[in-house]
Write a new protein. Structure first.
Length: 298
């Protein structure tokens, strides 16, 4: 057989084997809708975290200036958000009950709400973890997280998620280098440990995370394109001490398709797993606060 034909046959065979070995698409992601949320108060905006109740009708939203909003989401018969009802807002406090100011001490980024209603928040700047019995309560401080490679001012523990057992998992916005994985910390029994790693792809930064009702960890990532704005990506995976397993990229958006998506909540709407994402408008008039939703059908 001529050498050229032999190489062509090998190439076709390799491609066929690759197609056979590639996993079939197990999920279908459907766009549900986008709602632009507006507020007139000075504290409104900069949302970096969101939590949604299991029925999809109540929310907590955290700004990066230590403000927490909560209330209800009014939906149409198709499940699309039509109105946000704010029941209250509160400026988070330190352990002495003093309201936190924006900046080094008040750069709140990660949000998780436990089954008993405890509100957990991670902070950048002075990297730390705090819990609140309610939005108006003084903070309860916990063991300081270990300093990880890549953690620095404005690049600390960005994403926070709580699993079904109540253990907390957090990861920084960046790893030490673009070719190194994100380290994942676990917090349980008032102790931090390095639990796992998640592959990092160049340019993508970790900004939000949540455990879904399927037990998978969902990770929201962001890329910045300058004048072209932001693109976002959502991956889901089984998080194990040996690393991320069964990983899927569920969503990759185009620049300018949405604003700066930073918060992610995952819940079940009766038809499938719903992803609710919220954007950080950076308190700029040229940006907006969006609530973007997708449904994942298995």
């Amino acid at each position: 057989m001529p050498h050229r034909r032999c190489r062509a046959l090998i190439a076709r065979l390799s491609l066929s084997l690759a197609v056979i070995a590639a996993p079939a698409a197990a999920t279908t992601l459907e766009y549900v809708g986008t709602y632009v949320w507006r507020g007139n108060e000075r504290s409104f905006g900069g949302f970096s975290g969101i939590e949604i109740s299991p029925d999809g009708h109540e929310f907590h939203a955290l700004s990066d200036r230590a403000w927490l909003y909560w209330g209800s989401l009014h939906r149409d018969p198709e499940g699309r958000i039509r109105e946000v009802g704010v029941a209250g807002r509160a400026q988070l406090k330190d352990s002495k009950g003093t309201p936190l100011k924006p900046g080094y001490l008040g750069d709140s980024e990660g949000l998780a709400v436990a089954a008993d209603g405890t509100i957990w928040v991670t902070f950048e700047g002075l990297d730390r973890l705090a819990s609140f019995d309610n939005p108006d309560a003084a903070a309860t401080l916990h063991a300081r997280p270990p300093e990880l490679p890549g953690m620095r001012l404005n690049a600390g523990l960005e994403a926070l998620a709580i699993d079904a057992k109540g253990d907390l998992y957090s990861l920084p916005e960046k790893s030490a280098r673009e070719d190194q994985p994100f380290p994942v910390l676990r917090y349980t029994d008032d102790t931090w440990s390095r639990y796992s790693t998640i592959r990092r792809d160049p340019r993508w930064l970790a900004v939000g995370a949540d455990f879904g009702p399927d037990g998978y960890l969902y990770l929201l990532e962001r890329d910045f394109h300058g004048l072209l704005g932001f693109s976002s990506r959502v991956r889901r995976m089984r998080l194990t001490p040996d690393g991320a397993q069964d990983e899927e990229i569920l969503l990759t958006t185009q620049p300018l398709q949405y604003d700066n998506l930073e918060g992610l909540a995952v819940w079940h709407d009766g038809l499938g797993i719903r992803l609710t994402l919220i954007s950080d408008d950076n308190f700029l008039i040229v940006q907006r606060t969006e609530l973007v939703e997708y449904r994942l059908r298995d």
